[in-house]
Design a protein around this ligand. Sequence first.
Ligand code: BGC
Length: 796
Amino acid sequence: MSDWSLEYQGFDPKQEPLREALCTLGNGYFATRGAAAESRAGDVHYPGTYIAGCYNRLKSKIPGHVVEKESLVNAPNWLPLEFRTADEPWFDPQAFELLEYRQELNLRQGVLTRLVRFRDARGRHTRVVQRRFVSMADPHIAALETTFVAENWSGRLIVRSALDGRVENTNVKRYLPLDNNHLAPVEEAAADDYSIYLQVETSHSHIRIAEAARTRLFINGEPRDVERRLIREPGYIAQEFSIDLAPDAPVTVEKVAAVFNSKDHAVSEPGLEACQRVERADAFDQLLEQHVLAWDHLWRRCRLDMQDNERSALVLNLHVFHLLQTTSENTVGLDVSVPARGLHGEGYRGHIFWDEIFICPFLNFRFPEITRSILLYRYRRLPEAQWAAKHAGYEGAMFPWQSGSNGREETDDLRINPLSGHWIRDHSYVQRHIGIALVFNVWHYYQVTGDIEFLSSYGAELILEIARFWSSIATYNRSLDRYEICGVMGPDEFHDAYPGKDEHGLDNNSYTNVMASWVLCRAMDILEIIPEWQSEALRDRLGLKRSELDRWDDVSRKLRVVINDDGIISQFEGYDQLEEFDWHAYRRKYGNIQRLDRILEAEGDTPNRYKASKQADVLMLFYLLSADELREVFARLNYPFEYETIPRNVEYYLARTSHGSTLSRVVHSWVLSRSQRGRSWELFKEALESDISDIQGGTTQEGIHLGAMAGTVDILQRCYTGIDARGDRLWINPCLPVDLKQLSFDIRYRGHWLTIQVDQESLKISSRPGTSSAINMGFRNEEFELAPGEGKDFKL
Ligand code: BGC
């Protein structure tokens, strides 16, 4: 194990689903799980391939209901490469005696290598080495190279190279009772002597997916022609051939695949493009070289060195690796965003939640063009959000909690509790705070980049329409002289209603109300920031009148926040009336109680009765806003805010959280970073283990947790360094945990490439030479300018 290599020794069927998710290879256009090339979907393996933005809807019947779900489609499997020695069954690691089995994911190069040595029933030893990648250099290309060596025998080896479109979406067991068959076969044919081709179509969205695969044989590096038998059935095509192996003489089979779909840019017909691309493709080694070079450049932009142990360095690299495999420069310009579970599995059906609030802040300082692209995905769905607001009786734009193809609300009506087997109504769609996340991301993207063109053309409209929604959902309570927001949910998904009440939603969720005030302020700011002619045009187009802006101002000052006498900001109105939860007893009884909601439901109870949260809710305020910003919002709202407010609330809510979401530890680590550095570091370390150790006990196999992955890296990048882009100035105020001796990385800020080096005693900032004008910076209370080529040192 090194910082750059995720290694697995031996074959363990129980570990395989997790390994497959963690060894997924992708390039931001598509990704393929790290399943063995010969494997088929079943209890052990799941060779899924997902193309960004390829969604399809299916209706299914469950007792008493018809449910319609949209899912990111499992695309045809381009991997299959099966082999067998003569007179023996096809190789299967579970059915053969394994002499050696090793797998290594090289993160620096994006290459997955597998070594297998096995003995067949006749005592023949065969060695198989496979290397594969999904090209970062050409988003449509993937390749698999397999080298066979007969160690103690000579004779025939039969190989079958296929494209398999008979796949379904069966990665998530909970979803199996519903229809999962998204693809209909269209065509399968031989493209030329070396290549096969397959096309399928999604049943509802009618997206055509085409794949072609060129399979070539090399003996001692020389191409060799073999006779191939074509096997064809609807949705499946394969070439089968046999090779004569001589002892210790390596034979290599190279499979280069191309993946296209009918939504791609610059295509005529996806089948044609796929066939042409494999026909024109270079050999494996050249393709690999281009791919490795592309990764090399990505890593240069993502450098983050920390002096801790090798494991932390490896996990951080793994997190950046999977983030860039889900969304990369290949994604820029596509009409897609970041599915919560990456392109790595079918958890949450590939839907897009608020998780980008944990992802974009990291990207802003490295790949702002990706954030821009993610924000444009939302901008294009503004009409749908406007319709949703109108339909619900509001104004402005109400974005969906779960989003997919067209921005319709995709949250399930019903979901199954795997513990009880019950179908339960899912009210999580009332998490209207999703709009806050979008405004936060537009605002921060602008703060870091100064991209006024984006702000004027797209960002401002998003912010204004979301502000409008908050103003319209807020109702005035005359007796309190306050505005209230009722019937919503905060980020904590354990609370969706008041105990014993039929209607769902809660009143005056503090996170929502405080952030709604913040959103309204940013909306008013924006009209001053963008050029006057654009501001005027936008106001006219949106019909934004002075009276409406006056209301925004009023609402932003008078939103209600329930603060208890002891200074605890109430998660929502009435939270203090809930019962304390017996954490101790439940931990003793169940061990892992992260998903307390499922445990309680199975017991006929509900978390709605208790002061028990799945994840940070009130504390999200301290995660998103600096102490200065919080002070400003609370002052505007005319509520007290002292320094002690933060540690007191952190202490209170941390003791009442089950960390049922992997996002939870990220937020708690962040909010403790100044007051309890040791505890923050512990939670950061735990958050690092979220996926690599699958701490939720089985969810990573359904896809990685992208928000936690990006969020952990961002803790190092922004939290422990106190980096904050605010008001045309980049602030920095490091405070490293005692165990973190040194941190060094590069970020982009307004045309500068900055190198930041921090240890316990000092901070060094330098800007690479360049032509951009000087930037404004601030260290604690000291303001200064930094021009390209300059540096500054500070004692801490
Ligand atoms: C969390 C949400 C999150 C979603 C997708 C849920 O478990 O509670 O906050 O958006 O997962 O990651």
